[in-house]
Design a protein around this ligand. Structure first.
Ligand SMILES: NC(=O)c1ccc[n+]([C@@H]2O[C@H](COP(=O)([O-])OP(=O)(O)OC[C@H]3O[C@@H](n4cnc5c(N)ncnc54)[C@H](O)[C@@H]3O)[C@@H](O)[C@H]2O)c1
Length: 331
């Protein structure tokens, strides 16, 4: 029997539909949006049943799992609705605007015994999987990390709203923060310089920041993020230095195709890896589908979503207060 999936919110939700439709074991039972024009487009493009509300969807069908792809302020309520009906959840990042929302999402999913996966696609990128494996097996853990992750212009109102997307640092940098948590471990303190440098119409929302992270294992990272680039030119570049190796990841934003690395004891030989499909999106979707099918907990869940949000909040707090902030103290 096929696994029945629904998608709610059809902006990036259309990428979810595209990837689900490539998995033979999946049956897409519904796509939901409040915008009738989008429903019409999606119905024509994907040939799936569309619904103008979640209530309508749930009256007609009972999915095994759902992708929640609406703006973050809606994630808590939708998670509660689906979890209480025993429907597994893949929720887009950022998990929610507030720490307390994330805690409620974790709680309702645990109480109803459903999976809550968060859409941190970078954890599924073959580029970063290569690094994760090699940091553990050969390279050693990074002690010094320097990342460039500046995005292009986004003008959606919800993206900038403190009570919704939380601006570029929460909505977008959360991807890099979760990646660094995944690769380098838990973060102790954050120090940020940031502000509203480029988008006065959304002031006082912080649009850009440069910040440092001190990890619990005493590794250090520097990150440049926010609206400091333009689409088409935006890059994703990270250098990781371990005791044994220095490696550099590079590529377009969200397309980290190249890795170059040297062993410190033989720096004239440069190792190279190239990844044709560096984006982890399809693998993320397939993982969720496999977890439902095999009743196995997803490798990235609510706890990671909550933790990444806390670090984003620490970055913003530090930029506002202009002093180091402990992640543990964020609530
Ligand atoms: N993983 C990624 O790479 C990635 C990329 C883009 C966006 N996102 C995340 O996905 C989420 C959505 O972002 P987006 O760019 O698609 O936003 P968007 O504004 O383009 O689309 C959101 C859609 O949700 C619909 N919607 C809003 N509330 C709804 C509700 N209650 N029920 C049904 N539909 C509703 C809107 O009509 C809209 O069509 C955000 O959390 C965002 O951060 C993730």
């Amino acid at each position: 029997m096929k696994t029945k999936i629904a998608v709610v919110g059809l902006g990036i939700g259309q990428a979810h539909l595209k990837y689900y439709s490539q998995i033979p074991e999946i049956e897409i039972v519904g796509a939901v949006d409040v915008n009738p024009d989008i429903l019409k487009q999606v119905s024509e493009k994907f040939g799936v049943k569309t619904f103008s509300s979640v209530d309508e969807l749930l009256k007609k069908t009972r999915p095994d799992g759902v992708s929640i792809c609406t703006p973050p302020a809606t994630h808590l309520k939708l998670t509660q609705t689906f979890a209480k009906r025993g429907i597994h959840i893949l929720c887009e990042k950022p998990m929610a605007p507030e720490v307390s929302d994330c805690e409620k999402m974790i709680d309702v999913c645990e109480r109803n015994d459903v999976f809550l996966m968060i859409g941190f696609k970078k954890r599924f990128s073959p580029t970063y999987r290569f690094l994760k494996e090699n940091f553990e097996k050969d390279f050693g853990l990074p002690k010094w990390i320097f990342a460039r992750f500046a995005l292009g212009r986004v003008e959606k109102q919800w993206f900038w709203d403190e009570k919704d997307g939380g601006g570029p640092i929460v909505e977008n940098t959360v991807h890099m923060i979760d990646l660094l948590h995944f690769l380098c471990g838990r973060v102790k303190t954050v120090y940020a310089e940031g502000g509203n440098l480029f988008m006065p119409s959304f002031a006082p929302q912080i649009d850009t920041a440069i910040f440092t992270l001190r990890f619990e294992n005493d590794a250090i990272a520097g990150v440049g993020a926010g609206y400091a680039s333009e689409w088409g030119f935006a890059k994703e570049q990270i250098t990781f230095a371990t005791e044994k190796v220095v490696c550099e990841v590079s590529g377009g934003f969200d397309n980290p195709r190249n890795i170059q690395y040297i062993y410190r004891n033989n720096p004239s030989v440069v190792g190279e890896k190239y990844f044709e499909q560096p984006d982890g999106f399809f693998e993320e979707i397939r993982h969720f589908a496999d977890c439902i099918r095999n009743n196995v907990r997803p490798i990235v869940g609510g706890e990671e979503g909550l933790y990444a949000l806390k670090i984003c909040k620490a970055v913003k707090k530090s930029a506002i207060e202009r002093k180091p902030v402990s992640v543990q103290g964020i609530s």
